[in-house]
Design a protein around this ligand. Structure first.
Ligand code: AMP
Length: 412
């Protein structure tokens, strides 16, 4: 392959992959062994582009934090990371960099070596993901400068959903908007749904190609994916991560007439509506208190807070309703997967969701539900129920694994 020329390091089997997830004001990073997911170092640079910019690095249970000096940008954060990697003798073990890239449009259904042409396409796809793709590109540029000898790979959040059939991705609007402007459903959280589906297949002792599953990723962002014979056939997020379930601060599905009413009758600007539906809605909007599930559970249980209870009740009802509706995509169902910060940890949310799914033969084992939290995984349903699998997601490991596989296959 022409890009794999001698200016770049050749990946060796013992190498680790540096995984980068770059946001507009943050960079999450982890150094991961692609074969077993072992994390050698991880951390987060946040509040970038402000004079409070800080980088936190964790290595072997030791956590360090450094204030960044001017310029408080992604490049400075990566320069501190490189210094730390050097002082810990970890630089020579890095084989490549894997980037989480949010939107890959219809062009990218697989991990892709980053070339100037690919960068250009990621830039063009910013039209579909204006908050995410430009930030991902900043991370790519900064890593190219910091690690000039390393190949960089893009792993797209939308890629796993490229197997969806037309009936699942075409919106009920003029078809020309799809043909001319690529307006269709894409879906997100792809690496997470893919990872937990693979883990579920192991737990069910079935090849992934024979597994039919519904996966619920419930974190600050929430989405449901239907997996038929190991492949995504439908998912709840759409052209943007705003569609589908109600989330921490996003409203999810909303009658489009409400937007016209807000603008035409209540004096909202388009920017106001954007802020409302993305930053001020969901759990935060209904509770008026917080977008954090833990805070709302405590307010509901300890303080009898009615708004917190309503927010959580709506949240759970919509998850259950959505799972039931997505079962229409399948003729067989091996089980339900729960993941993400809420799916992995909130026994209350899980109980509330699963008790509304008895028609699909899901019955919760309360004891197992309480016991399966904080990193524990397993089936929380009774023995006569369809399995409900709690699985800790690991998107970083998928990015490391796919980066390594791509470069190994290309080298052969
Ligand atoms: P994520 O975006 O996947 O990191 O998930 C963040 C969400 O998980 C937040 O709403 C947290 O409140 C929630 N979460 C994390 N731990 C718990 C817990 N022990 N109980 C309930 N929710 C939790």
């Amino acid at each position: 392959m022409t890009q794999l020329n001698s200016q770049f390091k050749k990946l060796s089997p013992s190498d680790s992959i540096l995984v980068i997830n770059c946001g507009s004001s943050s960079v999450k990073f982890s150094l991961i062994k692609p074969d077993n997911g072992e994390t050698l170092l991880s951390g987060l640079a946040e509040r970038l582009l402000t004079d409070e910019a800080v980088i936190k690095i964790e290595h072997k249970d030791e956590k360090k934090s450094y204030q960044l000096t001017s310029p408080f940008n992604h490049q400075t954060a990566l320069a501190v990371l490189v210094e730390q990697l050097q002082s810990l003798n970890l630089v020579d073990n890095i084989g490549a960099v894997g980037h989480r890239v949010v939107h890959g449009g219809e062009q990218y259904s697989k991990p892709t070596l980053i070339t100037p042409e690919v960068e250009q396409e990621i830039k063009q796809l910013s039209a579909l993901a204006p908050l995410h793709n430009p930030a991902n590109l900043i991370g790519i540029k900064a890593c190219q400068a910091a690690f000039q000898h390393l190949l960089q790979v893009a792993v797209f959040d939308t890629a796993y959903h490229q197997t969806m059939p037309e009936k699942a991705y075409i919106y009920g609007i003029a078809y020309s908007l799809y043909q001319e402007h690529a307006i269709r459903r894409y879906g997100f959280h792809g690496t997470s749904h893919y990872f937990v589906a693979k883990q579920a297949a192991k737990q069910l002792n079935k090849p992934i190609e024979q597994c039919n599953l519904i996966s619920a990723h419930l974190g600050n962002g929430c989405s449901i994916t239907v997996i038929k014979n190991g492949k995504s056939v439908d998912t709840s997020m759409g052209m943007t991560p705003g569609e589908g379930l109600m989330m921490g601060t996003r409203c999810g599905d909303l009658d489009s007439g409400i937007i016209f009413h807000l603008v035409n009758s209540l004096g909202y600007s388009i920017e106001d509506v954007d802020k409302l539906v993305n930053k001020e809605s969901g759990l935060l909007g209904i509770s008026g208190l917080s977008n954090d599930c833990r805070v709302l559970q405590a307010a509901m249980i300890d303080d009898n807070n009615e708004q917190a209870k309503l927010a959580l009740t709506v949240f759970c009802y919509r998850i259950a309703k959505s799972i039931a509706s997505y079962s229409a995509s399948l003729t067989e169902l091996d089980g339900l997967i729960l993941t993400g910060g809420i799916g992995e940890n909130s026994s209350w949310v899980r109980s509330e969701v699963i008790k509304q799914l008895s028609l699909l033969n899901f019955v919760l084992d309360e004891e197992k539900n309480e016991a399966t939290r904080f990193g524990a995984s397993g089936n929380i349903a009774t023995s006569s129920s369809r399995p409900c699998l709690v699985i800790t997601t690991n998107e970083e490991w998928v990015i490391a694994e796919q980066t390594s596989q791509l470069l190994t296959n290309n080298a052969n």
